[in-house]
Design a protein around this ligand. Structure first.
Ligand SMILES: Cc1cc2nc3c(=O)[nH]c(=O)nc-3n(C[C@H](O)[C@H](O)[C@H](O)COP(=O)(O)OP(=O)(O)OC[C@H]3O[C@@H](n4cnc5c(N)ncnc54)[C@H](O)[C@@H]3O)c2cc1C
Length: 467
């Protein structure tokens, strides 16, 4: 993709909009804006701008649209599909200064926040008031609400509560020409016109820049119980996920972790795990309004796990033990990232296909001479798979690509999708047509042309070239 640099006069115009201290153009200053968490990819923008208000975002976009300057919206840059990489240079538009929690409305159960609020900051703020905002990507300590909306992010507690989109009542979005639209708000029912909230959700910065969001809250469930069950095989663990649901349990989280994942994360955290020989383990959580109900569910879950060949079941009886379990689970992505170059796939299948999926991943990666790590949100049939090979073999990337293509094809054959929650970005763009029909892709292109006719917003992402 051709790179767009910025002239001195264009930089001065940007500075006139957001203030000189909030426009960066020196290479050292731009380093953080040149990568997210996707593999080892680096793409420098020509400049980064950090607006403070919606009006500044609007003026920045109107200016860039007129000059045909590519704009890459950025939140916490924790994305795993390359969406925040400024592939074409141009402007990185960082929402980091728009980080105010504007209101926590205790009567309507709504939080109104700017796009740059870090997700965990919002969790803590609402929980202090006895409320709960369930979407919790494992990156919640650094990802931002705007990025969560743009990716329609999931997380462990999507098992019971669904992904980000279920909690977004409306957004304020700035389109490529600088026009500002508010798509919803505190009103719980609203069918006035097209559902633009849903259009913006998961649009990965290609249709507009989210500046504000209205988020639904609920009372925080007062009781919880967390259980870990180690299993001798991947298939036993995957089978147990199905059985737990078949028997009518509603799990608030149901995380699948294979042996390589737990080994990497527990070593990094310096935490020992029981039954280190287990090939897989499930982290199960229940919450509810009564202690008796939660206790009944977790007891039944333990019995079912043992029937499904679990080596044991270990209950986290206090908040400290629960925190350690979640720290090890949330630490997996970071530990895997530090392992070196690998390819990541974000697969999701109907829950009934989890067993064939885990078998296929191991078979296909093994046949290619690659190691694999698999972990994820099993209740949603969503597994994150990393392929890697020891050492620094320059041909490894080609092999990753070929092996990933086989795994994607098998996933789609099982009725699954090429990305469950991390988005298409650049990593799944080339396989999107395995899953989406030509008519679907044509509709995406038409929407993109209508809202961003000059193609300035996040060029090179999500939409594969026709043909
Ligand atoms: C350790 C780790 C664990 C993770 N766990 C999970 C998980 O459990 N579930 C999950 O779903 N994801 C997970 N992720 C992926 C990632 O955190 C999510 O996709 C998250 O939503 C990205 O938010 P961000 O603010 O970092 O966005 P960025 O990475 O900055 O951007 C992501 C995309 O959104 C666009 N964007 C960002 N802000 C805006 C905005 N205001 N307006 C318009 N577009 C915007 C960008 O252009 C880009 O396309 C994990 C990542 C890491 C590193």
């Amino acid at each position: 993709m051709e790179r767009r640099n910025l002239s001195a006069s264009e930089l001065a115009d940007l500075a006139a909009i957001v203030g000189a201290p909030h426009v960066l153009a020196a290479k050292d200053d731009l380093q953080p804006y040149a990568h997210d968490w996707t593999e080892d990819f680096i793409h420098y923008p020509a400049a980064a701008a950090k607006p403070r208000t919606t009006e500044e975002v609007s003026r920045l976009l109107a200016f860039c649209n007129e000059r045909r300057i590519p704009v890459t919206p950025q939140g916490g840059r924790t994305g795993l599909s390359g969406g925040a990489l400024p592939l074409a240079g141009g402007l990185a538009l960082s929402l980091e200064r728009m980080n105010a929690i504007l209101e926590i409305d205790m009567d309507n159960f709504v939080a109104v926040v700017e796009a740059g609020v870090v997700t965990q900051t919002l969790h803590e703020a609402v929980e202090e008031k006895g409320l709960y905002y369930p979407p919790d990507p494992a990156s919640r300590g650094s990802c931002m609400i705007g990025g969560n909306v743009a990716e329609n992010a999931g997380g462990p507690h999507a098992a019971k509560y669904g992904v980000t989109g279920r909690w977004v009542m409306g957004v304020e979005v700035v389109f490529a020409d600088g026009g500002v639209a508010v798509t919803g708000g505190k009103t719980r029912k609203d069918v006035a016109g097209y559902d633009l909230t849903s259009l913006v959700l998961g649009s990965e910065g290609t249709l507009g820049v989210v500046t504000k969001a209205w988020l639904r809250l609920i009372p925080k469930p007062p009781h919880w119980a967390t259980l870990v069950a180690p299993f001798p095989t991947l298939e036993d663990a995957a089978r147990c996920v199905l059985e737990l649901h078949r028997r009518g349990l509603v799990l608030s989280a149901c995380e699948f972790v294979d042996k390589p994942s737990i080994d990497l994360s527990s070593k990094k955290k310096g935490v020992g795990v029981p039954f280190p020989e287990a090939e897989a383990r499930l982290l199960l959580e229940f919450d509810g309004s009564s202690e008796a109900e939660v206790e009944r569910d977790v007891t039944l879950a333990g019995e079912i796990a043992l029937e499904c060949a679990a080596l044991d079941v270990v209950l986290a009886t206090d908040e400290a033990k629960r925190r350690v379990l979640w720290e090890v689970r949330r630490g997996i992505a970071e530990a895997v990232h530090e392992m070196g170059v690998s390819a990541e796939l974000d697969l999701a299948v109907p829950r009934t296909q989890l067993v064939p999926l885990v078998t296929a991943i191991r078979r296909i990666s093994g046949a290619a001479g690659l190691k694999s790590v698999a972990f994820g949100h099993a209740a949603d049939g969503n597994l994150h798979v990393h392929l890697w090979r020891d050492g620094k073999d320059p041909t490894a990337r080609t092999l990753f690509g070929k092996t990933a293509a086989e795994i994607y094809a098998e996933t789609v054959r099982l009725g699954g999708t090429v990305t469950g929650e991390h988005g298409v970005g650049i990593t799944s763009k080339d396989v999107l047509s395995l899953y989406r029909s030509p008519a679907f892709l044509a509709a995406m292109r038409a929407i993109k042309r209508a809202l961003d006719p000059n193609g300035i917003l996040n060029p090179g992402k999500v939409i594969p070239a026709p043909g």
